[in-house]
Design a protein around this ligand. Structure first.
Ligand code: ATP
Ligand code: MG
Length: 138
């Protein structure tokens, strides 16, 4: 089991001023930050990141949304990081997210759902190195 996960605070949450509150909740849950930066995704980089969803009906909306504003990308460290972070952020659809989860607190819709969390150790490693070089990880 790896102990890292990758996250993005999505454009809706950054634009709404929730970045600080979300980082605070992540730290309170016991994660430490190995790397963090502001990023503006291009159509190409957002499309590459969500390549597995390329054939889905919502792919264009997803790319349009993820390129609509600044995001905060980060690599987080904790035992059982991937599963614990998915629990912390809650269900994809905020209407179904448990009370107190990041998406329950800060997300408005299934598309503008405030935050991303890796869904496996392999994807966490891949996503972290997609966004950060070794010189940016501490
Ligand atoms: P993420 O990968 O962003 O952490 P997730 O793993 O909970 O979210 P995925 O199934 O990987 O969910 O979908 C990726 C993103 O695509 C979701 O976060 C959401 O913004 C969007 N999405 C997923 N399903 C739908 C849908 N039915 N309609 C619109 N957008 C959707
Ligand atoms: Mg996913």
């Amino acid at each position: 089991m790896s102990n890292i996960t990758f996250t993005m605070i999505k454009p809706d949450a950054v634009a709404n001023g929730y970045t600080g509150k979300i980082i605070d909740q992540i730290l309170e849950a016991g994660f430490t930050i190995q790397a963090m930066k502001y990023v503006r995704l291009s159509e190409e980089t957002a499309g590459a990141f969500y390549d597995i969803h390329r054939e889905r009906s919502f792919f264009k909306e997803l790319v349009d949304f993820m390129t609509s504003g600044t995001i905060v990308a980060a690599v987080l460290v904790k035992d059982n990081a991937v599963a614990d972070f998915r629990t912390l952020i809650g269900a994809t659809d905020p209407a179904k997210a448990e009370p107190g989860t990041v998406r329950n607190r800060f997300a408005k819709s299934i598309e503008a759902n405030a935050i991303h969390g890796s869904d496996s150790d392999a994807n966490a490693a891949h996503e972290a190195s997609f966004f950060f070089s070794a010189f940016e990880r501490f």
